[in-house]
Design a protein around this ligand. Sequence first.
Ligand code: F6R
Length: 270
Amino acid sequence: MPSQPLHSAPKHGSTSPQVIVHADSQAASACVAREISDLIRERARQGQMAVLGLATGSTPLQLYHELIRLHRQEGLSFSNVITFNLDEYCGLFAEHPQSYRHFMQENLFRHIAIPAEQTFVPDGTLAADALPAYCERWETHIASTGGIDLQVLGIGRTGHIGFNEPGSAIDSTTRMIQLDPLTRLDARAHFPDEQSVPLYAVTMGIKTILQARKIRLLAWGEAKAHIVAKALTEAISPALPASFLRQHRNTAFHLDKAAAAYIPEALCQP
Ligand code: F6R
C-alpha cells in the first residue's frame, strides 16, 4: 500500500493543481500507479479502453516499475489500455538506444503484455515537410480514442512539459520544436557526445496536454525544486510552460520533499 502523503491541499481554495508532498518518490510513484490501475480496472469493468498519456526520462521510472509489479503480482491487465507518448527526438529511429520508443519498450511496454498496436510514440524520423500533416493526424488520433484519461508528466529545468520549451503557447498542438540548450545539456549524459544530442523533437502541445481529463505531474529531487515552485507561483505565461497547468481543472503535482522545498507552505497545508 502506498504511504499517506505528508501534505495534500488544493491551491488557494481552487480545485487545481493539488500539491501532494510524499515521504519519497517511491511512495509518490506507488500512489499514481494505484490511480492508474484503478482507472484501467474501472474501464475494463465497463468494457471500455483506458487512454494514458505517458512521459519518458528518469522521473517516471519508479512509476513504470510499479505498474510492471501490479501487472505481474496483482494481475493488472493492459489489454484495454491505449498509450500516447508525449514526445520523441527528431532524427532517432525507433531502434536507437536513446529514442523514446526504445525507452518505453525497455522500461514498460515489453513487460506488461500491452498489444503493440495500442502504443503510440511520435515518429521522429519524418521529413520536415511531412511533419505538419503527421502532427495533425496525431491530434485526430487521440481525439478518436475519446481523448486522454490521464496524462503523466515530468518537468524539465526550463519549465517544459513534454518538450514544450519556454515560448510555447497555450494553444500549441503537436509539432516540431527546437530543444532549449539547458534541456540538451541535461540530456547530454545519455549520448556519446554533445553533437549527438538531438537539436529538435516532436512534442504534443500545451493544448494537447491540457485536453487530458486528469494530469499527474511528478517531480523529484532538489534539481527540480526551483522550477516546481515557479510553476506554481509565478505568472502564468509561455515563458514558463508548466505554469499553464494551473488552468487545468484536474491536475495534481506529486512531489518528494526535496522537490517541494521552495513551495510556499500555504500551497501544501492540509
Ligand atoms: C519526457 C518529457 C520531458 C521530461 C522532463 C524531465 O517525455 O516529456 O518533459 O519529463 O524533461 O525529465 P527527467 O524525468 O529525466 O528529469
